[in-house]
Design a protein around this ligand. Structure first.
Ligand code: HPA
Length: 272
């Protein structure tokens, strides 16, 4: 199925991007930045899961950012939608087959660390997989990567350094933090948030970890940024709602777009 999906992409666009971007809940605006765009609805790509979450556009956009070809996923599948771990990482597998070697993931997340506020961006330095599954279970695809992939630098240190210098140049506050990946779809309880804080998590969300595991397995380099859309459960008097998550995502969209526009060409240069 990966081969069929890859063939479809090759038949639709002459561009061959080396960088892929995944835009999380409410963060789809970056796709509009691209020129020479080919927009491919997920439903038209063989085997590609169609994300049903509100706030996700469900299109793959291949286009140029200046002179740099990129493949941008506007919306992603989640485990909580009922997709298997293999389905959740299928798009990353296809982008890899298509020639993508660096992935930039964005997501909406709750802030656990006391200093984080809604509207801030956090550079993910590491993750804790609490989703109860791993996309690499089952027979290993030896052609893609090793049975037991190393995860000690799952989020490229060098990419994080590049991201920090871009953030500094743009005067964007972007601290590093550890992402706890939960299954969802219910938000956490205050007791779960206290637990997550104790085990070293700074932010919490319901995506990204499976894709990052698959990307590392295939030797891709990863950069990931969380948009803090709310304070995690129990840290404020407010209840958490998906509407609030989408609203805050929309409010930081311009900052995220500026950041991506500047950081992607540097990741590309890094590969030369
Ligand atoms: N918890 C889990 N996922 C989330 C949150 C949260 O507080 N906010 C946005 N996505």
């Amino acid at each position: 199925m990966i081969t069929e999906a890859k063939s479809l992409l090759i038949s639709r666009t002459a561009l061959r991007p080396a960088i892929g971007v995944v835009l999380g809940s409410g963060l789809g605006a970056f796709a509009d930045e691209l020129s020479d765009r080919t927009v491919i609805p997920y439903a038209e790509i063989p085997g590609w899961p169609v994300s049903t979450a509100v706030g996700h556009a469900s299109t793959l956009v291949v286009g140029n950012l200046g002179a740099l070809p990129v493949a941008v996923m506007s919306g992603r599948p989640h485990l909580y939608e009922g997709y298997s771990p293999a389905q959740v990482v299928f798009p990353v597998n296809v982008l890899h087959a298509f020639g993508v070697r660096s992935m930039v993931f964005t997501n909406a997340a709750g802030g656990i660390h006391g200093s984080l506020e809604p509207g801030e961006l956090v550079l993910i330095s590491d993750h804790i997989n609490l989703q109860g599954s791993n996309p690499l279970t089952g027979p290993n695809e030896d052609l893609l990567g090793p049975r037991f992939p190393d995860m000690s630098e799952a989020y490229s240190r060098h990419y994080r350094e590049l991201a920090k210098s871009v953030a500094a140049e743009l005067c964007i506050f972007m601290p590093e933090g550890v992402y706890a990946g939960m299954l969802g779809p219910s938000y956490e309880t205050p007791a779960e948030i206290r637990f997550l804080r104790t085990i070293g998590a700074d932010v919490v969300g319901m995506s990204t970890v499976a894709e990052v595991i698959a990307a590392n397995h295939m030797g891709m380099k990863v950069l990931a940024v969380s948009c803090i859309t709310n304070m995690a459960a129990g840290l404020s008097d407010r209840k958490i709602s998906h509407e609030e998550v989408l609203e805050t995502g929309a409010a930081v969209r311009d900052t995220l777009v500026k950041f991506l526009r500047m950081v992607l060409p540097r990741l590309e240069q890094d590969e030369l």
